[in-house]
Ligand binder design. Structure first.
Ligand code: AHM
Ligand code: MG
Length: 331
């Protein structure tokens, strides 16, 4: 048989880090377990009519929890059980959460997660995702974790990735040595290596932006959007617009096919909508590891020094030449 499961792959790759003691490998395994549980819950989401509406009490008298809460709790559970992580920051919680598993205090890592991104798509059976990033803690293992442990720039990342709950569930991650993609085979309950060494095309035809906000975009973005619609064979224009409204799904499509994802500043949201720690840094890491590019428009996303957990930044990421062209227009 020629399949490689996520677990097998992680163990094989541990040799890339000769001094590692296997903690990161175990942490990645725990993320894989959380991903499978969340995937199972996401697949049941369409049955809410039958199983009970979210936020309500179902026929068995149990509370039906919202999927994003389930995602958050599943990660806390998996990471507390694993013990490699001392603290977690989540889009779902205002403050950092120190983990309280038996071994958590000694955990060498911290994690930032958006447990269920694309919330507007949850109730309508459209692709959603989970985004995660892993840092080495700064405080001494054994001590109480501090905010500085999670507030680290993207250039300090140890690993990052996402899970997309689409036609299949896929887990894509990087530990800084390229990008690997795994597809969940529900019949054996395992993520199987399906996309080894993902390299994103340098160019593409797809642009992904919420053009409903066009009236509020900076001039450079407005000019770029006019340019993408012009006809020019040599530069493959007009481009194609694709926007699901789930960053993970939009990003994933562009990663594989080539494209640019843009969430610019708007008059209402001068820093854009997307969160630096939970959405922009991990996706920027994957983009760069796959040979693409990610910027706020003025700065490489991975070099932004975070000042607070829920900080927002504008984001332009994807195929390198396409991102460069957006930057050209923004000058
Ligand atoms: P969420 O964290 O509340 O789900 O919001 C993040 C999502 C992204 O997945 C997506 O790219 C973006 O919001 C879409 O926003 P908009 O509807 O403004 O285009
Ligand atoms: Mg989100």
């Amino acid at each position: 048989m020629s399949i490689t499961t996520l677990g097998q792959f992680i163990i094989e790759k541990q040799q890339d880090f000769p001094f590692a003691k296997g903690e990161l490998s175990r942490l990645l395994r725990d993320i894989g377990i959380a991903a499978k549980i969340i995937s199972r819950e996401v697949n049941k989401a369409g049955l809410t009519q039958i199983l009970g509406e979210y936020g309500s009490v179902n026929v068995q008298g149990e509370d039906v929890k919202k999927l994003d809460i389930i995602g958050n709790e599943t990660f806390i559970w998996a990471l507390e059980k694993g013990g490699e992580v001392c603290a977690m920051a989540s889009e779902e919680n205002d403050d950092m959460i120190p983990l309280r598993g038996a071994y958590s205090k000694n955990g060498k890592y911290v994690i930032c997660i958006d447990p269920l991104d694309g919330s507007s798509n949850i109730d309508v059976n459209v692709s959603i995702g989970t985004i995660f990033s892993v840092y080495r803690r700064i405080s001494e293992p054994g001590s109480e974790p501090t905010l500085n442990d999670v507030l680290q720039a993207g250039n300090k990342l140890v690993a990052a990735g996402y899970i997309v709950y689409g036609t299949s569930t896929m887990l894509v991650y990087s530990t800084g040595k390229g990008v690997s993609g795994f597809t969940l085979d529900p019949s054996i309950g395992e993520f199987c290596l399906s996309h080894p060494d993902i390299v994103t095309p340098t160019d593409g035809k797809v642009y992904s932006i919420n053009e409903g906000n066009a009236g509020e975009f900076p001039q450079g973005i407005t000019d770029y959007l006019k340019w993408v619609k012009e006809s020019d064979k040599a530069s493959n224009r007009p481009y194609t617009a694709r926007y699901i409204g789930s960053m993970v799904a939009d990003f994933h499509r562009n990663l594989l096919k080539g494209g640019v994802f843009i969430y610019p500043p708007t008059a209402k949201a001068p820093n854009g909508k997307l969160r630096l720690m939970f959405e922009c840094i991990p996706m920027a890491f994957i983009a760069e590891q796959a040979g693409g590019k990610a910027t706020t428009g003025t700065e490489r996303i991975l070099d932004v020094d975070p000042s607070e957990i829920h900080q927002r930044v504008p984001a332009i990421m994807g195929s390198k030449n396409m991102v460069d062209m957006v930057l050209e227009f923004m000058k």
